[in-house]
Design a protein around this ligand. Structure first.
Ligand SMILES: [Zn+2]
Length: 426
């Protein structure tokens, strides 16, 4: 996306672009030492891939959020299977509630105060400010192994996949990929609590995708959205327009995907201006199984660099955990039916991009209230391939062979996503 304003040290909404409110983050704040595992593949959790990040690396745009102000009481309930008021499903090895169950209702009667280990049918839950939180790892199946390296960090492993939570409540790492939560997690009495919304949309789809209830379509028909076009150049750097690169990569993508048998629909052909509303309408008509929008980033801070992937925020969540820009949970958003698929798709793409460009910074999987994603009837992601305003990123993607490589990495991510969806099997 073309982000024409300042974006230093924190969250600065910088542009209204074709009707969509955008924000960009380029501030540098500390992130706990990486707990990334080596790049591996596994049949269980959503394919661990992405490789290690250097210990002590500083990640951008991951603001620390304090929880000291929360004062609601803590309650412990029995397993979800016995909490009929939730009406959505089961935890502890079974299906998890569908997203249509939101907004959550507090069960009338606490069922149990006993807390037992993961997979024993007991999930520890508390309520804060009207929102339900689950203790990890109690909400996960028994084949998830957990350890606490210290009082304020938790690692969960399933197969060869690793999920780690540290000091920063706004995000966690999955096989080294930073994933932002809709609501910050917090610690209480030695337990780590994540919102049920985040658990169902971001944590379970990765570490235990067989547990999700939502149906994710196997990708066969894809919509590719080349950002900008025509009078809308997008970002411009060193005489190059973003629209040129997005069109170039999307053409390569179409060629590669078509040769693999995918049905590919484009939201624009050639250097043509297509309003966002028309792109959304075309996507709706196509009824695709997966939507991918491609952009390159820009920032007034030339140090901002790397690739990142955006999904639409989960219901009621902020653009990022800790941000005040929260959505109205009662507003119907079509894409909210696909939050689990969004995460699985975004992670598959992120890990393949990381493997293809190990020296390109991986800024993680984030959420933005983007019009191009809001009402898509399928899992949908927006890929920012790199910063045109950064000398290193520009150098990389100014080379046609690297744009071909980028297209190849996205194709590989789509194939990985398809394999994961097929493995879930519903
Ligand atoms: Zn753009």
């Amino acid at each position: 996306m073309a982000l024409g304003g300042a974006c230093v040290n924190g969250f600065v909404p910088v542009a209204m672009l074709m009707g969509a409110a955008f924000a960009v983050e380029a501030g540098k704040v500390p992130f706990p030492a990486s707990t990334a595992t080596p790049a591996q593949r596994a049949p269980g959790p959503v394919g661990p891939k992405g490789g290690p990040k250097p210990t002590g690396r500083r990640f951008s745009s991951c603001p620390f959020v304090s929880f000291g102000a929360h004062g609601n009481s803590t309650s412990v309930y029995g397993n979800f299977a016995s909490v009929g008021a939730l009406g959505a499903g089961r935890f502890g090895g079974g299906k998890v509630g569908s997203f249509s169950a939101w907004p959550f209702r507090k069960p009338a009667v606490p069922v149990s105060a006993k807390v037992v280990g993961a997979g024993q049918g007991q999930t520890v839950r508390i309520w804060r400010q009207g929102r339900e939180y689950l203790a990890l790892p109690s909400a996960l199946p028994s084949d998830c192994r957990s350890e606490k390296p210290d009082a304020r960090s938790l690692k969960i492993r399933r197969g060869t996949a690793e999920m780690s939570f540290g000091q920063d409540g706004s995000c966690f790492l999955y096989n080294g990929c930073k994933i932002f939560l809709g609501f910050p997690f917090f610690w209480e009495k030695q337990e780590l609590y994540v919102s049920r919304a985040d658990f169902e949309s971001k944590i379970q789809p990765l570490i235990h995708p067989q547990g999700i209830a939502a149906k994710i379509p196997v990708p066969r028909t894809l919509v590719l959205d080349a950002g900008h076009g025509g009078k809308d150049s997008g970002a411009v750097a060193r005489g190059v327009s973003e629209k040129t690169w997005t069109w170039d990569v999307v053409q390569r993508l179409r060629q590669q995907l078509s040769s693999l048998g995918y049905r590919v629909i484009m939201t624009r052909e050639g250097d043509k201006f297509v309003p966002l509303a028309d792109r959304v309408a075309a996507t709706k008509r196509a009824q695709p199984d997966l939507f991918i929008s491609l952009h390159f980033n820009a920032c007034s801070n030339a140090g901002a660099r790397g690739f990142e992937i955006f999904c639409f925020p989960i219901p009621g969540a902020a653009t990022h955990a800790g941000s005040r820009q929260r959505g109205n949970a009662s507003v119907s958003v079509v894409n909210h039916a696909f939050v689990a698929g969004n995460t699985i798709g975004a992670y598959a793409l992120s890990s393949c991009l990381h493997d293809a460009f190990p020296h390109l910074e991986n800024r993680g999987i984030k959420a933005e209230r983007l019009q191009i994603l809001r009402n898509n009837p399928c899992p949908s992601v927006l890929v920012e391939g790199g910063f045109m305003t950064n000398a290193q990123d520009f150098e990389i993607f100014s080379k046609p062979e690297n744009r071909e490589k980028l297209a190849g990495a996205i194709v590989e991510g789509i194939e990985k996503y398809r394999a994961n969806v097929e493995r879930i099997g519903h």
